[in-house]
Design a protein around this ligand. Structure first.
Ligand code: SF4
Length: 368
């Protein structure tokens, strides 16, 4: 096995081209990106230009619906099992761009029930507490409060009514193929796919789900039965993973604190983590680096700049070449990234504080 991607685990160094074939998704082509630019009359953000989002299902149909006036809506979510880190929040920034530039509604499902059911060590109170904490981080991204609807499954009980017709369509074997249930699986887990699919029916339009590609299997269930209930199959835009500090292979993991920068980390502490743990593509000595140049394609510091922290294309390309030519040393580069990360955290944490006053405003009650 070279690599393995499931909704629970990412192992090995992911080959994204192979993953497209394995999952049966479609590459996000230049043509679709050009169409996005044309329809939104906007420059693309770095997440799309730099191929962080690289694959899709039915995004072409989403654009067609938009162009022909049928519209679409966005749906995404968060499983509240702990603090959010930088890898969790980046897809939300891409979602914000989509909302702003297409002017569409966005529903955000906070699956406190799911995390309670699936994580043996979490109490229901834990997941509800994390739900509140995570909602603050999500609001801090800056979504439009008039078009963004956040709901927590345990509070938004209307979702049960919507899940019932779905629960009558999904067979045990369909759910098992995705979740891998066994004899010890709890019955709540088996019902859960119906709850997760329900928001894709909130509007009689196509839903578009921007998320990391490991979440794709969940939506395959919805795509199997949606049309039989008179709804659209969910469309998706898939991102790659944000690597942890210690390696480019997998994804940032909340269970390995030294590889992740949490959104609530003290900026000084975050800086220390980057300095100590971030893998670079540097050579053994400064002398060698000046002679041979560094390897930005193997460097987490460069990858983080490329994915999120260096929006300036020209500056990013210059850094790439300066590294390859041996003009840049890793210490300089790490300091640059640390400053960017610290500025981001300070700004985010300020907005997170302000978000406490906005929670009610974003709460979805089932009415638009
Ligand atoms: Fe990475 Fe910068 Fe070192 Fe190049 S100089 S390997 S980009 S940290």
């Amino acid at each position: 096995m070279e690599f393995e991607v499931t909704p629970w685990e990412v192992k090995g160094v992911v080959d994204y081209d192979k993953l497209i074939k394995e999952f049966g998704t479609t590459p996000l082509t230049e043509e679709l990106l050009e169409k996005t630019k044309e329809l939104t009359k906007s420059e693309l953000p770095m997440y799309f230009k730099r191929k962080f989002f690289f694959s899709h299902r039915d995004y072409d149909l989403v654009l067609k619906d938009y162009e022909e006036g049928r519209g679409f809506f966005l749906y995404t979510g968060r499983g509240p099992s702990g603090p959010m880190h930088i890898g969790h929040i980046i897809p939300f920034f891409a979602t914000k761009w989509l909302q702003e530039n297409f002017g569409v509604n966005l529903y955000i499902q906070i699956t406190d029930d799911e995390k309670f059911l699936f994580k043996p060590n979490l109490t229901f109170d834990d997941t509800k507490r994390w739900a509140y904490e995570n909602i603050l981080d999500i609001i801090a991204v800056g979504f439009d409060p008039d078009k963004t609807f956040i709901f927590q499954d345990s509070e938004f009980t209307k979702i049960y009514e919507m899940a019932i017709p779905i629960a009558k369509k999904v067979t045990y074997s369909m759910a098992k193929a995705v979740f891998g249930f066994n004899d010890q699986s709890k019955i709540g887990m088996i019902f859960y796919p119906a709850i997760q699919a329900a928001p894709t029916f909130f509007e009689k339009k196509r839903s578009l789900i921007p998320a990391a590609i490991d979440q794709d299997p969940y939506w395959r269930i919805q795509r199997d039965f949606a049309e039989s209930l008179g709804y659209y199959k969910a469309a998706a835009l898939h991102s790659k993973f944000v690597p942890g500090l210690m390696g480019l292979g997998g994804k940032m993991s909340a269970s390995k604190p030294e590889t992740a920068i949490y959104l609530t980390d003290d900026p000084e502490e975050a800086g220390r983590k980057i300095w100590k743990y971030a893998l670079t593509g540097g050579r053994a000595t400064a002398k060698e680096q000046r002679e041979l140049g560094g390897e930005p394609d193997k460097c987490v510091v460069f990858k983080w700049l490329e994915i999120f922290f260096e929006p300036d294309d020209k500056a990013l390309i210059e850094r790439y070449h300066a590294c390859k030519n041996g003009e840049l040393l890793c210490g300089q580069c790490k300091r640059y990234l640390i400053e960017k990360v610290q500025n981001f955290l300070r700004e985010h944490q300020k907005k997170r504080e302000e978000a406490k006053k906005l929670v009610e405003k974003f709460k979805y009650t089932g009415e638009l």
